[in-house]
Design a protein around this ligand. Structure first.
Ligand SMILES: Cc1cc2nc3c(=O)[nH]c(=O)nc-3n(C[C@H](O)[C@H](O)[C@H](O)COP(=O)(O)OP(=O)(O)OC[C@H]3O[C@@H](n4cnc5c(N)ncnc54)[C@H](O)[C@@H]3O)c2cc1C
Length: 459
């Protein structure tokens, strides 16, 4: 029984948003039925993206619709609003929301009142003012980007296969990835593996013709798996002929030439930018406290510091890591923390509504697993180090156990089983991104296309 009626607003439908709302709708089932509680989730997409599966989606090992979880089905007792929070006035307990309808109506944002706020818009790619990056760079945070990149890579192989110009061929077959964290290493590992496999179906493109380059500013990659496993990953990637350049930065990618700080220059049509994340910019449009890096400053109970009834977790939140034994240390922005924080956050909202004491968030980082392509991986979990096939198997087993809903688990498992029986898919369906192009041409119009080096329009 809650003490007073509560309207809970959850901003974001990712890890934190979905898991918080899911737990709230379970724990407040009776209150929801009696109308004492109302949960509204505002999110730009009607699905939650299981980001650790994006590299496998890019490699074609998992269909795009199986790496996302439909929010309306999972959160069937919540109101789902497809839109974006553009500002939050916590002093007034209101958020400003824009939806597709408000855009069409031209009415501007709607003000949505709430009693409890969960602010979880996650993060966006952290870019730098590198010349040409905004025009040519490709991100790797969304399912659209992952599938766009897959189509783009296969299309580059098609271009290389059909040109007689060595300069065009060379640029098409050069793939530069910037950033040696999870996203960059896994995306490169999976896509190189897929392209190497696909090359057997091209009469004039050999795996040796392709240049795969990983550029990392620090002296190591994959810090999440520890120093030793990071070194192993460098050796393993180099063994596959991948050019790993440590202590190197991308200085420019203007005019389709990647210029590196070590003086190397690579004409290329593919620069994938995975050099870290920063908190979502919407946080700047709130009256809530943020730290120097723009994350919401939180207490160990996951409320936003100095406020009541405002909560945050995940990539957008600076949550003290109470297990670190070092004051000022924050939890890293990863799914491992996001999922566990969501559980404590939801429980603390329930405790607040019932007038009970709050819980503290406490989780010691357990380590990580990463896939480097089919049957290749690296892991460092609970002190155990694994490489090659066992690490890859562990990666799959772990993420299968973690992907939300039994429905998704069954679909992903079925896809993996089928891929083991049949050959890998190597088709590019980039034309899906322009479904009207053919009809526009038939009707005498001019097909609208994005620039050719934009992955969303390139294939
Ligand atoms: C390619 C890749 C691989 C990864 N692999 C791993 C891994 O193996 N292990 C691991 O631990 N972590 C991994 N991560 C990191 C992990 O996915 C993130 O830490 C986690 O998603 C953070 O959860 P979140 O809820 O804070 O943000 P998200 O899951 O990103 O959710 C944020 C949500 O907020 C929505 N949103 C944004 N702006 C607004 C707005 N204005 N209004 C309303 N909604 C908004 C977004 O659309 C999104 O739905 C990976 C990340 C990537 C990109």
């Amino acid at each position: 029984m809650v003490k007073e009626r509560a309207r809970i607003l959850v901003v974001g439908g990712g890890y934190v948003g979905m898991y918080t709302a899911l737990r709230l709708q379970r724990r407040l089932k009776r209150e929801l039925q009696r109308g004492e509680v109302e949960i509204t989730v505002v999110t730009p997409d009607p699905y939650m993206t299981y980001q650790p599966f994006l590299p496998e989606a890019a490699a074609g090992a998992i269909s795009p619709r199986h790496v996302v979880v439909p929010l309306r089905r999972v959160l069937d007792r919540c109101h789902i609003v497809i839109g974006e929070a553009t500002a939050v006035d916590h002093a007034e307990r209101t958020a400003t929301i824009t939806t597709l309808a408000t855009e069409e109506e031209g009415t501007g944002g709607q003000r949505l009142p709430y009693d409890q706020l969960v602010l979880a818009p996650g993060s966006v790619s952290r870019t730098l003012p590198v010349p040409g990056l905004a025009d040519h760079g490709i991100g790797f945070k969304t399912v659209e980007e992952a599938i766009g990149l897959r189509n783009h890579v296969i299309e580059q192989m098609d271009i290389a296969s059909s040109t007689r110009d060595p300069a065009i061929r060379d640029a098409a077959l050069t793939f530069v990835f910037v950033g040696g964290g999870f996203a960059g290493v896994e995306a490169l590992g999976e896509l190189e593996d897929m392209a190497r496999y696909a090359a057997r179906y091209y009469h004039n493109v050999q795996p040796e013709d392709m240049k795969w380059i990983l550029v990392e500013a620090s002296d190591r990659i994959l810090p999440e798996v520890g120093e030793e496993m990071g070194r192993y990953t460098v050796t393993e990637l180099r063994r596959r002929n991948i050019d790993v350049r440590l202590q190197t930065r991308l200085e420019s990618c203007a005019d389709r030439v990647a210029v590196l700080s070590d003086g190397a220059r690579f004409p290329t049509r593919t620069v994938v930018w995975t050099a870290g994340v920063k908190p979502h910019p919407v946080l700047a449009a709130t009256d809530l406290p943020r730290n120097g890096r723009g994350r919401l400053t939180c207490t160990p109970e996951l409320s936003i510091e100095g406020t009541t009834h405002a909560w945050a977790a995940g990539d957008a939140a600076a949550v003290p890591d109470v297990t670190a034994g070092e004051p000022g240390r924050e939890c890293a922005p990863n799914a491992q923390h996001a999922v566990r924080q969501a559980k404590v956050l939801a429980d603390n909202i329930v405790h607040t509504l019932r007038g009970e004491p709050l819980q503290t968030y406490e989780h010691a980082y357990a380590g990580s697993v990463a896939s480097l392509g089919l049957h290749k991986g690296v892991a460092h979990v609970y002190g155990r180090k694994l490489k090659g096939y066992p690490a890859w198997f562990m990666h799959r087993a772990y993420h299968l156990s973690r992907v939300p809903t039994f429905n998704r688990k069954a679909r992903v498992l079925a896809e993996w089983a089928l891929a083991g029986l049949f050959k890998r898919e190597i088709v590019s369906l980039g034309s899906l991104e322009h479904p009207r192009a053919e009809f526009e041409l038939a009707a005498g119009g001019k097909p609208s296309q994005d620039p050719p080096d934009n992955p969303k329009g390139s294939s």
